[in-house]
Design a protein around this ligand. Structure first.
Ligand SMILES: [Zn+2]
Ligand SMILES: [Zn+2]
Length: 135
């Protein structure tokens, strides 16, 4: 077990699985209760709204979310990783995922073109082969 600087407050602490000092861990547990209470009342909120209502840092809320702490009938919206639009599931918004999909499709289409060309060459080849056979 080594000593580490707490990523939250910078104090030195004895390393633990939570990765933060006991004081911050306690704070995070309190924050979590605050956020869950707020979510129970509102049912649906953006991270910004949660932050404004509870005073919990957006970064902390995101981290808790990623740990799967807010499982229930809550809908939490958070920014798309690409453009910042608020989303409630996945990592990017619909528009960005469409963009990514169409990019992939373009690549696939290029491939399809190549495949078609190859097929055509094959056909032509076969035609010649057939002609040769008929001779
Ligand atoms: Zn700390
Ligand atoms: Zn987006």
């Amino acid at each position: 077990m080594g000593l580490k600087n707490c990523p939250e407050c910078g104090r030195v602490f004895v390393e633990n699985p939570a990765g933060m000092c006991p004081a911050c861990l306690e704070q995070e547990e309190r924050d979590e209760i605050k956020v869950v209470d707020f979510l129970r009342d509102s049912g649906k909120a953006s991270i910004e709204e949660i932050h404004l209502a509870t005073g919990v840092k957006e970064k902390t809320i995101l981290r808790m979310m990623k740990k799967g702490r807010f499982i229930g009938d809550f809908v939490i919206s958070y920014p798309c990783e690409t453009c910042g639009t608020l989303i409630t599931e996945g990592r990017v918004c619909l528009a960005c995922s469409k963009n990514i999909t169409s990019q992939l499709r373009n690549e696939a289409a290029q491939d399809a073109e190549t495949v078609a060309k190859i097929e055509e060459f094959k056909k032509v080849g076969r035609m010649y082969t057939n002609l040769n056979k008929n001779k």
